[in-house]
Ligand binder design. Structure first.
Ligand code: PEP
Length: 266
């Protein structure tokens, strides 16, 4: 990763539709003592299911570990049955709102325009949007970047530098996510991260923050964190065990050769 004094590594997890409220209490009780010492150097966050957010608020109170929602509605209130607003997340002490995960795009038809509206809603409530982007199919860097660039333009294109500065982008190639998948090759990860970094920087974000997500585990975390442009990790399955998440969060961070151009992955 391109380390700067101002950019702390950020490592977080979304539990997706896993872990009940009772399970959340146990996960957080096990994780807190393992994670807390790491917060001196890293920004850590947990995104439980909506019913368990209040459990995180209680269990993580007084720590530097952040919590947040896996989605929010673009409106602040109103007739939207089953949805959750930025005001509700803010009221629960959330610091983060995940937006535009590929499963929400797939299951709920979320478009880049909707993702963009949700990003604005998060910013209105002082939540840090974690905006997921990523190509659908495995392959070369250029078509992957074409899809990711379109997602960035569609969702974030209208934001100014001050707003972009507050956004975290999670690069999550869809083909690298979930059961049976494997993490993207480091050269592919670096090329996409450098391109996303450059896109954000060109629009005035002084210190872009781009996380990698997709089959991260304790075996590949160091290699992924060492990829140029990777500012942290977003973890799914491997984090369902709090000890495994803590091991990933504790990964030592090494430097790596700089990637300056889009390089075709093998
Ligand atoms: C994800 O879907 O955001 C994710 C990172 O999942 P996994 O780590 O399970 O591939």
């Amino acid at each position: 990763m391109t380390a700067t004094p101002d950019r702390r590594p950020m490592i977080g997890t979304s539990w997706k539709m896993n872990i009940t409220v009772s399970g959340a209490a146990a996960w957080l009780a096990a994780a807190r003592p393992l994670l807390e010492p790491l917060t001196a150097e890293r920004d850590l966050f947990v995104l439980p299911s909506f019913p368990a957010i209040h459990v995180a608020r209680t269990a993580l109170a007084g720590s530097a570990i952040g919590w947040g929602g896996q989605d929010l509605h673009q409106d602040d209130a109103g007739a939207h049955t089953g949805d959750i607003s930025g005001s509700m997340l803010a009221d629960l002490g959330c610091r983060y709102a995940e937006i535009g995960h590929s499963e929400r795009r797939r299951d709920h038809g979320e478009t880049d325009a909707i993702v963009g509206a949700k990003v604005r809603a998060a910013l209105r409530w002082d939540l840090t949007p974690i905006v997921c982007v990523g190509e659908r199919d495995a392959g070369a860097v250029e078509p992957a970047w074409a899809m990711v660039e379109a997602q960035l333009e569609g969702a974030l294109g209208g934001l100014g530098p001050t707003e972009l500065e507050r956004v975290v982008v999670a690069y999550e190639p869809v083909w690298a996510i979930g059961e049976g998948a494997a993490a993207a090759d480091p050269s592919h990860v670096a090329a996409l991260h450098v391109a996303i970094d450059a896109w954000l920087t060109a629009r005035g974000a002084a210190i872009p923050r781009v996380l990698y997500g997709g089959s991260v585990d304790e075996r590949n975390a160091a290699q992924l964190l060492a990829c140029d442009g990777v500012g942290g990790l977003f973890v799914g399955r491997a984090a369902l065990d709090p000890r495994r998440f803590a091991a990933i969060a504790a990964t030592p961070i090494a430097g790596s050769p700089r990637v300056t151009t889009l390089e075709r992955s093998a």
